[in-house]
Unconditional design. Sequence first.
Length: 262
Amino acid sequence: AADSGLPHAQAAWELFDSRSVKPSGASAYNNFPNFALLPRSAAYDPVTSGPVTNVPPPSETVPPADVPPPVVSPPSESQAEVSQSLTASQAVIKVGDTFTVSGTLHYLVGMTKPVTGYRLYGFDSKVLSATNSYTPRFVANAVGTTQIRNDNSGTTGVITITVVAATPVEPAKVTAVGQSLTASRKVITVGDTFTLSATVHYSDGTSKPSTAYRLYGFDKTVVSAPNSYTPTFVATAAGITRIKNDNSGVTGQMDIVVVAAQ
């Protein structure tokens, strides 16, 4: 030790301490040539004296530890350039339809994500109407073509909307399916005057009185009428006869029974 009192011990320490390069780290003594290291004090347990033997370097070179390649992070969304596309909720838009528009952001790194914020503008308010510029819901008001634009994340998406005329809904065709005749008297006696009324029945379940007559088929010896278009009859003789009437493409008929006067 430098303070052991041995000859030149203090000078040896000062020489070592003045060096610019000294061993450092757990593997420093594996490098050759080795340095001699002197403790500054002999106040601790004495060192057993003996010859100093230099350890030869290892015969095999220890390979350096494997160093993993640096991890390259993809560019952040804020750094990547993006574009934006817009799509409508339906392919054919008719006057009166309500539809929505959705946006998608496209990144250079290949990923996409839905647009969550909207600032819609540029559309023809005569063709389309919206609640406000932040809600992507529209109503088609009139036939025409217009563009809708949306700004998000520094990009602008554009979609062209064409509104076509609504197909009119044609009502089901109503046709006459039957006709019924009713006499004004339940018991008809020879000499009585009576009338017939006709009701036309339609395919939609409705019925309405007939306003036109074409009367025929009756026995003129039993009943008589001034003409075939006036449903007024006179019972002329006892008997049974059938009166028919054509109207709206359907035929109604009724059997008339005339009884003898008492």
